[in-house]
Design a protein around this ligand. Structure first.
Ligand SMILES: [Zn+2]
Length: 263
C-alpha cells in the first residue's frame, strides 16, 4: 500500500489539497448559498470518493499506460510536437485540444447510459461546494484517465502542456464548483472565456435540460460553439434546486459506490 502511494506524484496530492483548502476557505468567508447543517458529512463522502479514484488510477496506471500505448501504436498520428510550430502556438493548440477532449468526454458521460450511471454520482450532490469538484465515482476517474491518456498519446500532445493543463484543471474544478459568492459583473465577464461558478451551477440543476448543458471544463467557448451554453439570472442561481431528483438521501459512500449497478 505504502509503496504505490509513494509512487503517486507528491506534488499532485499537495496541489490538490492546497487548492481544495484555498477554495473551501473562500467559501467559508463569502458563501453564495447556505450549505445547510451536516454538510461536513457530504464532504467526507466526496473526499473519500476522490481518494478511492486516485488510488484506483495509481494501482492500474501501468495497465492504463500499456493500453494507451498499444492504441497509439495502431492509430497514432505523428506527434504534434514534430509539426514545426512555434512553441507558443504548440502550447495554445495543445491546450485547446485537451480542453476540447475534456468537454467531449464530459458530454459523453451524460449521453452514454452506461457512463451516465457513473457520472450521476457527481450530480447526486444536493448542494455544490469545492468538495463536489472531486466527487466522482472511482470507475469514472479510471475510465476518464484511460480515455484522456489514449487520446493525448494518439494525438502526440506534448507532456508538459498535459501536466500544465492538469494543474489548471486541479484549481478550476474546485473554483467552478465552489459555493463562492462572486460579483455578478465579474462572473459574467469571465464567462466570455472561461467556465465560472455562475455558469457551472446551471449544469448541476435538477432540470434535465439544464443538466445537459454547460459541459465545459476550463474554457466556456466549446459550449457556445456547440450550442450547449445555458444561463440563469444570478438571483435564480441562489435558490435553484441542485442535484438529482429524489436522490438527496443517498449520501452514503457505500451506496454511491454501488449506485451504478442499480436501476
Ligand atoms: Zn456533468
Amino acid at each position: 500500500m505504502a509503496e504505490f502511494l509513494m509512487g503517486f506524484p507528491k506534488w499532485q496530492w499537495l496541489a490538490t489539497a492546497a487548492a481544495f483548502l484555498l477554495f473551501a476557505g473562500f467559501e467559508a468567508l463569502r458563501p453564495r448559498r447556505s450549505a445547510g447543517a451536516g454538510r461536513w458529512k457530504v464532504w467526507i463522502v466526496n473526499l473519500s470518493l476522490y481518494a478511492s479514484g486516485a488510488v484506483l488510477v495509481v494501482l492500474l496506471a501501468p495497465l492504463v499506460m500499456q493500453g494507451a500505448t498499444w492504441i497509439q501504436g495502431v492509430l497514432g498520428f505523428p506527434p504534434l510536437v514534430g509539426l514545426g510550430m512555434p512553441a507558443w502556438l504548440l502550447v495554445v493548440v495543445s491546450f485547446l485540444l485537451i480542453d476540447l477532449i475534456a468537454y467531449l468526454e464530459h458530454a459523453g458521460f451524460h449521453a452514454v447510459p452506461a457512463l451516465w450511471r457513473m457520472h450521476q454520482v457527481h450530480h447526486s450532490d444536493p448542494e455544490l461546494d469545492a468538495s463536489t469538484g472531486v466527487r466522482h465515482h472511482p470507475l469514472e476517474s479510471l475510465i476518464g484517465a484511460f480515455l484522456q491518456l489514449t487520446l493525448f498519446a494518439v494525438l502526440g500532445l506534448p507532456i508538459l502542456v498535459i501536466l500544465a493543463y492538469a494543474a489548471v484543471m486541479t484549481v478550476w474544478q474546485f473554483f467552478t464548483h465552489s459555493n463562492l459568492s462572486l460579483p455578478e459583473p465579474l462572473d459574467r465577464l469571465a464567462r466570455v472565456l472561461v467556465v465560472t461558478p455562475g455558469m457551472h451551477i446551471v449544469h448541476h440543476s435538477v432540470q434535465a435540460d439544464e443538466g445537459n448543458s454547460n459541459f465545459g471544463m476550463v474554457l466556456s467557448v466549446w459550449d457556445r460553439l456547440f450550442g450547449t451554453y445555458r444561463r440563469r439570472p444570478a438571483p435564480e442561481r441562489l435558490t435553484m434546486e441542485l442535484g438529482l431528483l429524489g436522490r438527496a438521501e443517498r449520501q452514503a459512500f457505500g451506496r454511491l459506490l454501488l449506485s451504478p449497478l442499480r436501476r
